[in-house]
Design a protein around this ligand. Structure first.
Ligand code: FE2
Length: 311
């Protein structure tokens, strides 16, 4: 039987450590027990994300502790205040905002179709579908994204749904299939994003790194992944190839753990950077999709594995 007393403050008995099957099974059973079976169970009605009530806050934290995500529906329809995701983040303990170079000056990114200019070259600023990924997979190790907030100001005339999969559930499904797949995906050179060369030279060097990694301080699991097949180099090992194939089959499957839905105005996603995709969409004169996105290097407060599962 797994002993709780051995685990405090160390990764020795971390469930994500392949050498520790007792801790893994203890955590896995707790994680899967009562796990939501429909996206409706993730949806929380809130008044204003800028000023959560104590009850709203607790419900969000509980949901993110269980599934690494929560969806909210708020009474902010028609309000395009960019402070919504920033003020929400502050209440959730998120302090380390990722100011990526295409973000607006507040550090919030406005995801909307940009027909011209620098942003128009990047798929998030088009109406095209985006394959499964976690955010910031191209970032260096010290700038990995641990949480992601989306707030919908306006939805498209048609389409733009998201699929969502808790990355800890993905870990379980992969490890249960073959623990060696996890071993391959934890290798430091499992997935490399090749350098981006700009007109003036190298804009960004090669970014090799693992798919799954364990935070050395908190013990939490992080996932770095993209289903894109161009501009990505997987380690040439046969086991890595098999593992990657298994992951893409899982993400293409109709697994009950994959939640699908569309953010409507006033709604938002709060997540510890779970796996997600985006369907293509069509705008019309009255419906131009606009989502605010804020990404952080920290995880939502009190949703870590040790706190939630009392490791
Ligand atoms: Fe994303």
């Amino acid at each position: 039987m797994f002993s709780l007393s051995q685990t405090k403050g160390s990764n020795k008995n971390n469930p994500f450590d392949l050498n520790n099957t007792d801790a893994y099974h203890y955590w896995r059973d707790k994680k899967l027990s009562g796990y939501p079976t429909s996206i409706d169970e993730l949806l929380i009605e809130i008044k204003d994300p800028r000023a959560l009530s104590a009850a709203e806050y607790q419900t969000i934290i509980r949901s993110c502790g269980k599934t690494n995500m929560a969806l909210y529906r708020s009474e902010t329809v028609g309000d395009s205040d960019k402070n919504i995701p920033l003020m929400l983040a502050k209440q959730l303990g998120l302090r380390l905002l990722d100011h990526n170079w295409l973000a607006d000056k507040e550090g919030v990114t406005s995801l909307t179709v940009r027909p011209t200019g620098e942003r128009s070259h990047y798929i998030p600023y088009t109406n095209r579908p985006i394959h499964w990924h976690t955010d910031g997979y191209y970032n260096p190790a010290h700038r990995q994204i641990h949480s992601l907030l989306l707030h919908c100001v306006a939805s498209a005339a048609q389409g733009g749904e998201n699929a969502l999969l808790d990355h800890e559930i993905a870990y379980i499904l992969i490890r249960d299939e073959n623990p060696d797949y996890i071993r391959a995906l934890m290798a430091n050179d499992a997935m490399t994003i090749p350098a981006r060369i700009s007109d003036t030279g190298t804009a960004r060097p090669d970014q090799p790194g693992p798919v799954f990694s364990i935070n050395p301080v908190s013990g939490d699991l992080h996932m770095r992944y993209t289903a894109r097949t161009r501009s990505i180099i997987w380690e040439h090992h046969a086991l890595t190839r098999e593992a990657v194939d298994f992951v893409s089959q899982l993400l293409d499957s109709d697994s009950g753990y994959i939640f699908r839905g569309r953010l409507e105005p006033g709604m938002g996603l709060i997540s510890n950077n779970v796996l997600h995709d985006r369907a293509g969409f069509e705008n019309d004169a009255l419906h131009e999709r606009l989502l605010y996105r804020a990404r952080f290097y920290d995880r939502i407060r009190d949703t870590g594995m040790r706190k939630v599962f009392q490791f």
